[in-house]
Design a protein around this ligand. Structure first.
Ligand code: ZN
Length: 83
């Protein structure tokens, strides 16, 4: 597995795709995801969602949204920067 170089001088800056320079589009892919949706059935037979829960049992990887390069080493930084 090759290590992707983080641009020097920008250790805490924006994530930049080392392959294509993309700074805008990123895709997060989680494997082995268990999605639990809780519904109540109404009197007319329809269902209304009450709550949903997503549990990730597998690994989560981060990819460049433009060239699909694997930038998972930036994932921790990525998660900290989601507001
Ligand atoms: Zn890219």
């Amino acid at each position: 597995m090759s290590k992707v170089q983080i641009p020097s001088g920008k250790p805490a800056g924006r994530i930049i795709c080392p392959r294509c320079g993309n700074v805008k589009d990123f895709v997060e892919i989680a494997s082995n995801v268990l999605v639990t949706n809780h519904y109540v059935q109404n009197r007319d037979g329809s269902f209304s969602p009450i709550e949903n829960e997503t549990e990730v049992a597998g690994e989560v990887r981060l990819f460049c949204g433009r060239c699909s390069a694997d930038v998972t080493e930036f994932h921790a930084h990525f998660q900290e920067m989601i507001f």
